[in-house]
Design a protein around this ligand. Structure first.
Ligand SMILES: Nc1ncnc2c1ncn2[C@@H]1O[C@H](COP(=O)(O)OP(=O)(O)OP(=O)(O)O)[C@@H](O)[C@H]1O
Ligand SMILES: [Mg+2]
Length: 346
């Protein structure tokens, strides 16, 4: 009875707390925000830190801050690296979602990478409680991604999901609302950016920042070049002359830069397939691999995975929203919530 009353006034939230991006979903409304997981802090003379910008505004500052300001990504490899700032960032997103109309503390469901440690889970729960949640549920990212991608997860058949985020790539086989086998690889979009930076440094004595590397990846990155190469001019610093310079880059060069991290994604998919019970493997051969996460937007990644594994692969619609939409769906369907959530606290 009270639960029902509560639900009338509360604004329950689903949060995809990602290494690169945090998305929030309000029950009955859908996705209400989609911003980078970045916090800008000001160093105080006493040695403290004062967070003063979050999300987009903070991301703009990455690599561009003067001495007393720092732009920090509080999550690394899919898990909380800076507890205090993660909590502050959650407070920001929760307040933003509710636009100060909260009557009751919200019930929050947050997704976490599959197979994170007890300590890492507790950090997520504590930061959500600290940020004002009444009750916290955790759901594993691949499960959320599979629900969001519309896979029939409650049926007794094997579904393979590959969620490629900023910090991690999670490969999982799901059947009967459970994860049969999963592997989390600490390689994602950030690693691809890093590989571009290293490639340019090593082969062209050319230094670019993280943001430029990400732009290169998004604009001309290609997992499996098939058509005409794409080109772009990039700005950075000539490491020999020590001065800013513009350089011409094409998609074949970027493809070469991305080869190693992309290969490790294929290797992980193969490892998971080797561990999958034969009946479920047969289902996967038939249904194919479904790709989710922002990283799945890399050009021709589906073809590359298809070629590398010999199995059909496809990117779901709006892959960057799959996890938050799946988490939101669990929030809206109490039966699903009970079936798929990991822990509940509060
Ligand atoms: N068009 C694109 N092409 C290639 N990569 C892209 C594109 N758009 C976004 N990305 C990459 O997707 C990544 C972010 O994906 P996503 O938002 O799913 O990550 P996340 O959920 O924050 O991270 P994680 O799940 O690892 O914690 C970034 O590395 C970003 O550069
Ligand atoms: Mg993610």
């Amino acid at each position: 009875m009270f639960d029902w009353l509560y639900s009338l006034f509360s604004n329950d939230l689903a949060i995809d707390l990602g290494t690169a991006t945090t998305l929030t979903f309000v029950k009955g409304k859908g996705i209400v925000s989609h911003e980078p997981s970045v916090v800008a802090v000001q160093r105080t003379p006493m040695g403290g830190r004062r967070p003063f910008r979050f999300g987009f505004e903070a991301k703009e500052m990455l690599g561009r801050t003067p001495g007393n300001i720092e732009a920090i990504k509080p999550l690394k490899d899919g898990v909380i690296a800076d507890f205090e700032l993660t909590e502050k960032m959650l407070v920001y997103f929760i307040n933003k979602a509710h636009q100060r109309r909260t009557l009751v503390k919200p019930r929050i469901i947050i997704c976490v990478p599959a197979g994170i440690t007890e300590v890492e889970r507790k950090a997520v729960i504590d930061s959500a409680l600290g940020a004002g949640a009444r009750e916290v549920y955790l759901i594993e990212e691949p499960m959320a991604a599979a629900i969001g991608a519309g896979l029939p997860i409650t049926e007794p058949s094997g579904n393979m999901i590959v969620d490629i985020g900023g910090g991690t790539t999670e490969v999982a086989v799901i059947s009967l609302s459970g994860i049969v086998y999963a592997k989390s690889l600490r390689i994602g979009g950030n690693k691809l950016d890093e590989s571009i930076i290293n490639y340019l440094k090593k082969n062209h004595n050319f230094l670019v920042g993280e943001q430029t590397a990400e732009n290169i990846k998004i604009q001309i990155g290609d997992a499996l070049p098939v058509g005409d190469p794409m080109e772009m001019d990039i700005r950075g610093r000539d490491l020999i002359a020590g001065i800013p310079r513009t350089m011409h880059l094409n998609s074949l060069q970027v493809n070469e830069a991305l080869a190693e991290p992309l290969q490790s994604i294929i290797d992980t998919i193969k490892e998971v397939l080797e561990q999958t019970p034969p009946e479920l493997s047969a289902d996967i051969v038939e249904r194919g691999i479904v790709l989710t996460g922002g990283g799945a937007l890399l050009r021709n990644l589906d073809l590359y995975i298809q070629e590398g594994t010999g199995l059909p692969a496809s990117v779901c619609d709006n892959p960057e929203y799959a996890v938050v939409l799946g988490t939101g769906k669990a929030l809206e369907e109490i039966r699903l919530l009970k079936e798929v959530t990991l822990v509940r606290q509060g």
